[in-house]
Write a protein that binds this ligand. Structure first.
Ligand code: NAP
Length: 316
């Protein structure tokens, strides 16, 4: 079978290689899944650079999100059947044709969702739920607080704009260019600003670096800054964060931490909400293209294209 492999950290376009590999048999409690679609997300590429090298053993197969069908069952009851579509979660490895995972880490996909929809039902929707819950926990009550969402035209940014409004907050879309603002205005009728729109009660930040520092300084006293990404390639200034200027609470939020501490029931509940939001149309993401795994180098080059208007999916 064909798989993508990382054997050394570095620029994803240089270090992610395609290779042939054997198909290990599923052990007790495990299933083998034939991957039908896998997403390419920024969060798949960050570990490849070595940003989390202390917790990323080499070699590894990238890809945290995708959908496949069960093709082999290990011994013992797995609760799943051959042909059933599942979302394997909790570890990378989706950028290959076949994946063996414990059945406990696989969630059944409803028949009415397409493969494309199912392949994007995990990372961004579940993270968006956690971020909105974190905002609710900070303020106790959602009462129209102005919450800035950076990289607001991203797949998760668009979800946050909807979920924050549904929760009773006032989302403010923050983008990095006027061009992105124009594009986002076609789908979001609320406030959109380039970089900053003070005063803000909180910021959900996927950018970090100097733009994050500037935003941190504009948050109202007693507000919150929750960082969940670093698209700029840098973190906030640690001295600024440590100063707790205006008693602004700073925290990181990583889906991974929650997924590995949540019960299976809590994960199943989150997936049910995600599937419902996709059906209702506000948690789906646009697809730019579906490419075979053999075209992964081309897909990775396209991932950085500023003209990209949706997710790139791999069909292994
Ligand atoms: N913490 C977690 O567990 C977790 C989970 C899910 C996602 N994330 C993070 O969420 C972020 C977005 O993910 P996604 O899948 O939604 O991405 P995506 O759909 O691929 O969108 C990327 C967006 O980022 C914007 N962007 C790129 N570099 C930027 C910069 N330096 N400053 C401002 N905007 C920038 C682009 O803006 P333009 O439209 O202007 O080009 C584009 O809209 C990533 O950082 C990802 O790691 C984190």
């Amino acid at each position: 079978m064909l798989r993508a492999v990382v054997r050394a950290f570095g620029d994803p376009r240089q270090v992610i290689r395609l290779e042939d590999a054997g198909r290990p048999a599923p052990g007790p409690g495990e299933i083998e899944v034939r991957i039908r679609r896998a997403a390419i997300n920024p969060s798949d590429l960050i570990p490849v650079t070595g940003a989390y090298r202390s917790r990323t053993p080499l070699p590894f197969v990238p890809g945290f999100e995708g959908v496949g069908e069960v093709v082999r069952l290990g011994e013992g009851g797995t609760g799943l059947s051959i042909g059933q579509r599942v979302l394997p979660v909790g570890a990378s490895g989706l950028w290959q044709q076949y994946l063996v995972r414990p059945a406990d880490w696989c969630f059944a996909v409803p028949d009415d969702l397409s493969d494309d929809e199912a392949a994007m039902a995990y990372v961004n929707p579940l993270t968006a739920f956690r971020l909105v819950d974190a905002a609710k926990a900070h303020f106790g009550d959602a009462a129209g607080q102005r919450i800035g969402v950076t990289a607001a035209a991203s797949a998760i940014g668009r979800m946050l704009l909807v979920l924050l409004a549904q929760a009773g907050f006032r989302p403010v879309a923050l983008v990095r260019s006027a061009g992105t603002a124009v594009r986002l205005a076609q789908v979001f009728s609320g406030e959109i600003a380039v970089r900053s729109a003070p005063p803000l009660d909180a910021v959900l930040d996927a950018v970090g670096g100097a733009p994050g520092d500037a935003l941190f300084r504009t948050i109202r006293p007693g507000g919150a800054f929750i960082q969940y990404g670093a698209l700029s390639g840098a973190q906030l200034d640690p001295a600024l964060v440590a100063s707790r200027r205006g008693d602004v609470a700073f925290s990181f939020l990583w889906l991974r931490s929650w997924v590995h501490s949540a019960s299976r029931a809590a994960l199943a509940e989150a997936f049910a909400l995600s599937f419902a939001g996709i059906r209702a149309g506000f948690l789906g993401s646009a697809v730019e293209a579906v490419l075979p795994l053999s075209d992964l180098p081309a897909a990775l080059a396209r991932q950085d294209d500023p003209a990209r208007s949706g997710k790139l999916l791999i069909a292994p």
